[in-house]
Write a protein that binds this ligand. Structure first.
Ligand code: SAH
Length: 427
C-alpha cells in the first residue's frame, strides 16, 4: 500500500529537480542528499522526501503500470464539461479562465449565487475540468495525527477550547513517534500532519525531537499546532518540518476578534506570511458559515487566501458544537461548501484544494462530491483510535474507522474517480 508513486529524477537544477511519473513531469524541491539524475524518489507536496533503491521503485512502479493509464482515462472522462449547457454568466467566466485571465470579486459573487440543480452541476463540472487541466489526475493523501486536545485558546467555534469540559489527553513524544512510525511502516504514508490544540506543554525541545525523528522516517512533516513564535517555527523548520497549516479563519476582522478572544488578526496573518518566508509549504484558509458572515465575506475569504498564495487551500464548514458559544449557529449547507470549493478553483486554477474532515462530517458522500467540484487533496486520520473520540474540535467528527479501512475507502474512492497519487508538484 502506498500513497505516492515513485518518481524518476530526470534533471536537477540548483535546489530543484524535474520528476517523471509515467511520462508526466513535475517539479520538486530537492530536500534529500546524494540524489542524481536517474535515481528514484518519493515527493510530497512538491518536496522530495525519500530516495528509494531502484529495485524497490521498479517493484512499486510495476504495480502501478497498468492502472495508471486507466485512471487517467477515467479522470478525463469525468472532467468533461458540456459547454452547450452553460448559462451565459458561467460561459463568460469559462472564457476568461480559458484565456488565463483572473476572475474578479464581482464574478465570484455571481457564481456563488448560482442555485438551481442544473447551474450547480455545471459550476462543479467547470471547476473539475479546470482542476484536471492544471493538475491532471494527481492527488495527494496525507495522514493526520491529533496528538493533544489541550488548548490554551477560547475560540468560540472549537470543541477543544479551554473552557469546554472534556476529557483531555496528550501523547508523549515517544507515543507520537511510535504512531508515526506505524503509519509509515504499516500503512505507507509519505506525509504526516501533526495537529493539536495550542498546547505549550510541548516546548521547543520536545517538538524538535518529534520533528527530527519523524523526518528521519523519510516523510514530509506537516505542522498544525496553532500560533507559535516565528523563532519556534524557524527552529522546527531547521529540525526538518517542511509544511504548516494555519488558517486565518475569517477575513472579517470584526468576526475574527469576537470569535478568537485575545488573538490579533494581523498577528495571525503576519505569522502565515512568515511561515512562507521561512520556506514552509503553507496551507491556509477559513471556515464557512460563521455568524454574521455575508456573501461578500466569503468572497473576501477566497480573495485573502489567494493573496496569501498558499501551497494548499484548506477551508471547511463550521460544525456547531454543544457547549461552545456557537452551539446554536445554523449548520452550513453542503452545496455552500461545494460552491466555495468550485469558485476557489475557478479563481485560482493552480491551487491545491483540500477536502477537509469537517466537510466529510456533513454527509458521507461529500468527499467524492468535493473531489468532483475542484478539490484534489485528502487527509486520513491516523490518530490511535483510543484518542480519536477525544479530539472533538467539532461534533460528529470521529467515526472511529480503523486506519486500514479508511485507507481502503480512500483508495477505492480515488480509483473510482481516476485519481493517482503522483505528487501534485510545485507551482
Ligand atoms: N489549534 C490549531 C490547529 C487545530 S484546529 C490552530 O488553531 O491552528 C484546526 C482547524 O479546525 C481550525 O483552524 C478551525 O478552522 C477548524 N475548526 C475548529 N473548530 C471547528 C468547528 N466547530 N467546525 C469546523 N471547523 C472547526
Amino acid at each position: 500500500m502506498c500513497y505516492a508513486i515513485p518518481a524518476k529524477v530526470v534533471s536537477i537544477q540548483d535546489n530543484f529537480c524535474i520528476l517523471d511519473y509515467f511520462g508526466e513531469e513535475r517539479k520538486a524541491l530537492l530536500d534529500i542528499e546524494n540524489v542524481e539524475v536517474g535515481d528514484y524518489i518519493y515527493a510530497q507536496g512538491g518536496i522530495s522526501v525519500r530516495k528509494i533503491p531502484h529495485q524497490e521503485a521498479a517493484a512499486v512502479l510495476a504495480t502501478w503500470q497498468d492502472i495508471f493509464f486507466e485512471l487517467k482515462k477515467t479522470d478525463s472522462l469525468l472532467s468533461k464539461v458540456d459547454q452547450e449547457k452553460l448559462p451565459a454568466n458561467a460561459l463568460a467566466v469559462l472564457q476568461k479562465i480559458n484565456l488565463r485571465q483572473q476572475i474578479n470579486k464581482q464574478e465570484m459573487l455571481s457564481l456563488l449565487t448560482l442555485n438551481t440543480a442544473n447551474e450547480l452541476k455545471v459550476l462543479y463540472e467547470l471547476a473539475n475540468n479546470i482542476r484536471q487541466r492544471e493538475h491532471g489526475n494527481a492527488s495527494c493523501v496525507h495522514g493526520i495525527l491529533e496528538f493533544s486536545n489541550y488548548c490554551g485558546q477560547s475560540c468560540w467555534y472549537c470543541g477543544i477550547r479551554q473552557e469546554r469540559e472534556i476529557k483531555r489527553y496528550r501523547l508523549t513524544p515517544e507515543q507520537i513517534i511510535a504512531a508515526a512510525q506505524s503509519a509509515v511502516d504499516t500503512y505507507g504514508f509519505k506525509a504526516l500532519v501533526l495537529q493539536s490544540g495550542e498546547d505549550y506543554w510541548y516546548d521547543i525541545n520536545k517538538l524538535t525531537a518529534i520533528v527530527q525523528s519523524i523526518r528521519a522516517m523519510g516523510v514530509l512533516v506537516f505542522l498544525s499546532i496553532g500560533m507559535r513564535s516565528i523563532d519556534t517555527y524557524q527552529k522546527l523548520f531547521t529540525a526538518g518540518a517542511r509544511a504548516a497549516l494555519l488558517r486565518f479563519e475569517t477575513s472579517n476582522q470584526k468576526i475574527f476578534h469576537r470569535l478568537k478572544p485575545g488573538v490579533d488578526f494581523t498577528e495571525r496573518l503576519e505569522l502565515i506570511k512568515n511561515l512562507k518566508k521561512i520556506g514552509y509549504i503553507v496551507a491556509t484558509g477559513f471556515m464557512l458559515g460563521l455568524p454574521e458572515e455575508s456573501a461578500e465575506d466569503l468572497v473576501n475569504n477566497i480573495a485573502l487566501t489567494q493573496y496569501l498564495d498558499p501551497d494548499m487551500y484548506s477551508f471547511g464548514p463550521l460544525i456547531p458544537t454543544t457547549n461552545t458559544p456557537l452551539a446554536n449557529q445554523k449548520k452550513t449547507h453542503k452545496d455552500d461548501v461545494l460552491k466555495a470549493i468550485a469558485v476557489a478553483r475557478l479563481a485560482n486554477p493552480k491551487a491545491n484544494i483540500l477536502v477537509t474532515t469537517a466537510l466529510e462530517t456533513l454527509d458521507h458522500n461529500t468527499k467524492q462530491e468535493a473531489l468532483l467540484a475542484g478539490a484534489n487533496s485528502l487527509m486520513i486520520n491516523i490518530t490511535p483510535t483510543e484518542y480519536r473520540d477525544l479530539y472533538e474540535i467539532y461534533e460528529g467528527k470521529n467515526k472511529n474507522l480503523e486506519i486500514g479501512s479508511s485507507i481502503k475507502n480512500t483508495t477505492n474512492l480515488l480509483y473510482t474517480l481516476g485519481r493517482a497519487p503522483t505528487d501534485i508538484g510545485l507551482l
